[in-house]
Design a protein around this ligand. Structure first.
Ligand SMILES: [Zn+2]
Ligand SMILES: [Zn+2]
Length: 330
């Protein structure tokens, strides 16, 4: 099968012919139709996440059709369309797994990091971690639901019932969260890179009440903010923008160092927290919610061979909405 492979962090992805993977017990083999491109893929490529499997097939927003089921893979039939998220396997035994927090599992394995992902014509996945996908979404449009959507949903839940919500970094996740938050009756304030008029116009199209640069103060205090951009300096900026009792959620897996800031910014019962990974429950909830809103994903497609280009465009902030690889058009 054709694939795009990371052989060493800091070097470009390479096209390769790999042996077709064989589904092990409990796994399914998928024909990959599309795979979303995520900021996390860029962190892995750049060596900012410590221990990827190498060589590695990136990609943790896989939309595929079941081609073959391994022994004991229950609940999925050949021909069924499913999505594979970042959470690829959990132990089911540790204190986190046993308390409904499998996102924090000590032994979790992640798709496109510990396990080969979807930048390839075929992939294997544990059947228990595959989600049926809502039928109204074509393959490319479904792909960003699987990380931008799921992690965004979890971050939004952990932001509490904030009426005035700030989103720092208006990329794939924020463009989904903005739609859900607005549907829930919240008012959304979008923060982009300074001077990024296109991203601010895109945010306005999605119904945000204000869009500006991340160094700007919003026109009124916020009740919560979610930081999607991997920039530590946004933490004190967001704390300065939220009202007393407000929450700042860091939703990325990696961030540059957070600069020191005066305690005053946290005082007043402000909360600062991160969001890590997802649970299968998050996935089920969000994939049921998305068609109700309905969330419409804006996707820029790239062929599999252009995965590196897609990542560089993402790095440059040059993607409107989400990027996804179109692997096997169906
Ligand atoms: Zn992701
Ligand atoms: Zn566990």
């Amino acid at each position: 099968m054709r694939a795009v492979v990371l052989t060493a962090p800091g070097t470009p992805l390479q096209e390769a012919e790999l042996r077709r993977p064989v589904p092990g017990p409990g796994q399914v083999l998928l024909d990959v139709h599309a795979c979303g491109v995520c900021r996390t893929d860029l962190h892995i490529l750049d060596g900012e996440l410590a221990r990827p499997k190498l060589p590695l097939v990136l990609g943790h927003q896989i939309v595929g059709t079941v081609a073959e089921a391994g022994a004991g893979a229950e609940g999925l039939d050949a021909g069924e369309r499913v999505g594979v998220p970042w959470l690829g396997w959990t132990c089911g035994e540790c204190r986190y797994c046993r308390s409904g927090r499998e996102n924090l599992c000590d032994r979790a394995r992640f798709t496109g990091y510990d396990l080969d992902g979807g930048y390839a014509e075929q992939a294997v996945a544990d059947a228990r971690f595959c989600f049926p996908l809502p039928s109204g979404y074509p393959n490319l449009q479904a792909a960003p639901l699987l990380c931008a959507g799921l992690i965004g949903h979890r971050a939004l839940r952990l932001a509490g019932d904030a009426e005035r919500l700030g989103l720092y970094g208006f990329g794939a996740a924020a463009h989904v969260v903005a739609q859900v938050a607005r549907w829930q009756g919240r008012r959304v304030f979008a923060f982009t890179r300074a001077g990024d008029d296109e991203a601010q116009a895109f945010a306005a199209e999605l119904g945000t009440v204000w869009a500006g640069g991340s160094e700007e103060q919003p026109p009124e205090e916020l009740d919560a903010a979610i930081i999607f951009a991997p920039v530590g300096a946004l933490v004190p900026a967001a704390l300065a923008a939220v009202a007393k009792g407000g929450t700042v959620v860091c939703a990325g897996i990696h961030m540059s160092d957070i600069p020191a800031f005066p305690y005053d910014l946290l005082w007043g019962e402000r909360t600062l927290r991160s969001v890590a990974n997802l649970t299968r429950r998050d996935g089920e909830e969000f994939l049921a919610l998305a068609p109700q809103v309905p969330v419409r994903t804006h996707v820029e497609p790239f062929p599999l061979a252009a995965a590196q280009e897609a990542l560089e465009r993402l790095r440059a902030g040059d993607i409107r909405g989400a990027a996804a690889l179109e692997v096997r058009p169906s």
